[in-house]
Design a protein around this ligand. Structure first.
Ligand code: ADP
Ligand code: MG
Length: 251
């Protein structure tokens, strides 16, 4: 069975076709990358898969189940997690609290449930605290677990965003530009963490602009340009693809 698949996935914003008829398959346990110039539709593609935007047409199939019309919290509950291009963390809260609240926001169907804790939710939160400490260890943030996010380095913020995604116990994580704004050493650290996720059996799909990192890290790459898939393959195939070179050089 194909692990995750999009079939002719399309998103139109008025007259603009942000994602155009994209067929893509993701193999379980692998590291998949999506690259392409700014505005190519990469983040929108993630929004469609994770249920943040309804597609205009096409399908998303996860483990044989059509999840196209499911809301984001239902998709999260099925084991599909994501991070955002701009990390939306609560700067004044600790890493631990961000993960606990983030977990609630991602899995509850309404904001009321997420913000005003009922007795039932309090119980869930306690369970979640243990789980949160587990993911904090996994991403190697034990030392700053109780510190406010505002004081963290850029890399630690990225790790916090990873932890937020991992807290929902996902089978697959979609990471939107995880290494944007971090220095080369930190980028290497994040690459190691992504490999660690894959080694644990968590399928990874990332959007990234750092080519050196992608070419070393990814098992498979898809290239989007103006919403369309223009290439797909192993890093060495993508590197030598004429359509890709043209799209990047703007020729
Ligand atoms: P990328 O992540 O590849 O840089 P995006 O998916 O963010 O690209 O955007 C693709 C195109 O869709 C862009 O032209 C962008 O302006 C447009 N777009 C994205 N989100 C919206 C939205 N919510 N409403 C209208 N247009 C949007
Ligand atoms: Mg984007």
């Amino acid at each position: 069975m194909i692990f995750l698949e999009t079939k002719k996935l399309t998103k139109k914003f008025g007259g603009l076709v942000a994602v155009n008829n994209v067929d893509f398959t993701i193999e379980q346990g692998k590291i998949n990358a999506i690259i392409g110039p700014n505005g190519a539709g990469k983040s929108t593609f993630f929004n469609l898969i994770s249920g943040f935007h309804p597609p205009s047409s096409g399908q998303v199939i996860f483990k044989g189940k059509d999840v196209t019309k499911l809301p984001s919290n239902k998709i999260a509950q099925l084991g599909v997690a994501r991070t955002f291009q701009t990390t939306n963390l609560f700067e004044q809260s600790s890493v631990l609290d961000n993960i606990i609240v983030g977990h609630r926001l991602r899995t509850k169907s309404n904001l009321f449930d997420a913000i005003f804790r009922t007795k039932r939710l309090k119980l869930e939160e306690d369970l979640c605290r243990e789980k949160a400490m587990e993911v904090i260890e996994f991403v190697d943030l034990q030392k700053v677990a109780h510190k406010p996010v505002a004081g963290l380095t850029q890399e630690e913020k990225k790790r916090t965003a990873f932890a937020l995604a991992l807290a929902t116990n996902p089978e697959i994580v979609f990471l939107d530009e995880p290494a944007a704004g971090v220095n080369p050493d930190e980028t290497e650290g994040l690459a190691v963490l992504m490999k660690k996720m894959a080694a644990k059996g968590i399928t990874v799909c990332l959007i990234e602009h750092k080519m050196q990192m992608i070419m070393k890290l990814a098992d498979k790459i898809m290239v989007l340009n103006y919403g369309e898939k223009i290439a797909e393959g192993k890093p060495e195939e993508i590197q030598n693809n004429q359509a890709v070179i043209k799209a990047y050089l703007g020729g």
